[in-house]
Design a protein around this ligand. Structure first.
Ligand code: C2O
Ligand code: CU
Ligand code: CU
Length: 488
């Protein structure tokens, strides 16, 4: 394999040097000394197999409904303690949905409502938010919608009227989102729709969710976490679906991957092999108007990207690494695809047109949101000078209208800004038109250091109170979050 897919300058920029990332894995990355007790340190002390990619890709279980009636699927989920086997020879205690990390996947269909009864069997107040869901405010998982510990319950109604999208649910208790999501409270909610089902995109076993999240470990195998408001917590090891840089056997055919950056604060730049093309078909809130070829995919926390990868371009036996060009040491390798035979006649394809973008009414209000850090001894993040306060409403958009929101990043950190209760279009990013892959519906947008980003949220869902915040979890916790009231 040559580096022909990347120019030399790009290769240097992504730190690939001359390494053949398609067929080999750079073992040196794992030999670097790392301070503290980390996953890498753990692997060395355990003298475990030096295979850098030891685990097969796990798939989170798909949750089965407890009841199915006309137009409604009912689920029951308990948030509880559990144990994950991530490192060789030691257990990692987690606290997750049904005691697993990642939690179980909910598969929903447009037009069929979902009702989830959540039970909190953990020892602290929790909040369940469906990220990207167009849900009535009572079911959104606003930080004030606390479920009491020790058996408290709350019922969530998800109407699923919006088009298909890769959504996820996670904890949202204010001030504790970073620690609890890190501890395991994160899972997929995959919403399909009929139009999408008729597009011949890869389905069934060829439609694979990938939850990317960084973690660090203590010597006893437990997750290591320290609240770090600036820059936000970063782990030293990348997990996909709860396994360290795992491998997946793939046939020589097309696969759809629904990639979620579920990390607290770590951004990624995903590159396949030495810059092979991935075909992006969807962003946060569903299908793009048409597929977009990508060599590098930047992903801030909470963003989702659906791609189709055609493995028929590789020979049998090829080992193709998906890596993070923005990583260092153990955060470079994300996972590896081992191309086995098979494939046969391809039944899936990527149509040239995916979904027409709906028209949005022109904005009828303008909001400017400077993003900044303040505080004296203790730094705190703010939006427009104000940190989160449940008793303060920062704006009142009208239901059925759209607005123009400008985020001005006056800080040296990236802020993935996320709005609840609506979807938005990106109008400009750093003074330029958005990348075509960011020109569909989104709910989270990268506002890079020193940059200004303009979005157009469309409040076509429900009236009521919703938050908007930075999805660097530690920034959101302290306390880069505002509140809107969508008024009828
Ligand atoms: Cu993914 Cu307000 O959250
Ligand atoms: Cu959200
Ligand atoms: Cu931030």
């Amino acid at each position: 394999m040559s580096g022909q897919d990347l120019t030399r300058r790009e290769a240097l920029r992504y730190g690939l040097g001359g390494a053949a990332f398609v067929c080999s894995f750079n073992l040196d990355k794992f030999a670097k000394p790392i301070t503290g007790v980390t996953a890498a340190g753990r692997r060395r002390t355990l003298a475990a197999a030096l295979d850098p990619l030891p685990a097969d890709l796990p798939l989170p279980p798909v949750l089965q409904p407890v009841r199915r009636s006309k137009g409604l699927d009912e689920y029951a989920i308990t948030m509880k303690e559990g144990v994950a086997r991530i490192l060789p020879g030691v257990d990692t205690p987690i606290a997750g949905y049904e005691g697993s990390f990642p939690g179980p996947t909910v598969r929903a269909k447009q037009g069929r409502a979902v009702r989830v009864t959540q039970t909190n069997a953990l020892a602290e107040e929790l909040v369940v938010h469906l990220h990207g869901g167009m849900t009535p405010p009572e079911s959104d998982g606003h930080p004030s919608q606390v479920i009491q510990p020790g058996g408290g319950q709350r019922v969530f109604d998800y109407p699923n009227k919006q088009p298909g999208a890769t959504l996820w649910y996670h904890n949202h208790s204010h001030g504790n989102t970073g620690r609890t999501v890190y501890g395991g409270l994160a899972a997929f909610y995959l919403l399909d729709d009929d139009d999408e089902a008729h597009l011949d995109l890869p389905k069934g076993p060829y439609d694979v969710p990938l939850m990317i999240a960084d973690r660090s470990f203590n010597a006893d195998g437990s997750f290591r976490y320290r609240f770090d408001v600036e820059p936000g917590f970063r782990g030293d090891t990348v997990l996909v679906n709860g396994a360290i840089a795992p491998r997946m056997a793939v046939q020589r055919r097309r696969y759809r991957f629904r990639i979620l950056n579920a990390s607290n604060a770590r951004p990624y730049e995903l590159v396949l092999g030495n810059g092979r093309t991935m075909t992006q078909i969807a962003s946060d809130s569903g299908l793009l108007p048409k597929p977009v070829a990508r060599g590098v995919i930047p992903m801030q926390p909470a963003e989702r990207v659906d791609v189709v990868i055609d493995f028929s371009q590789f020979g049998k036996g090829a080992k193709v690494v998906l890596h993070n060009a923005a990583g260092e040491a153990n955060t470079t390798a994300v996972m590896r695809f081992d191309v086995v035979g098979g494939g046969g006649a391809e039944e899936f394809r990527v149509p040239r047109k995916l979904r027409a973008l709906e028209k949005v009414p022109s904005p009828n209000a303008e909001r400017i949101w400077p993003l900044n850090i303040g505080g004296l001894a203790q730094p705190t993040w703010n939006i427009g000078g104000a940190s989160f306060d449940t008793d303060r409403i920062d704006c009142r958009p009208r239901l059925g209208t759209s607005e123009r929101w400008t985020f001005i990043n006056d800080s040296v950190r990236a802020h993935p800004m996320h709005l609840h209760g609506c979807r938005f279009r990106v109008l400009s990013q750093g003074g330029k038109a958005p990348h075509p892959a960011d020109a569909g519906w989104k709910d989270t947008v990268a506002v890079l250091p020193g940059e200004t980003v303009v979005v157009q949220p469309y409040f076509d869902g429900f009236g009521g109170r919703y938050v908007f915040h930075c999805h660097n979890s530690e920034h959101g916790d302290q306390a880069m979050m505002g509140q809107m009231e969508v008024v009828a």
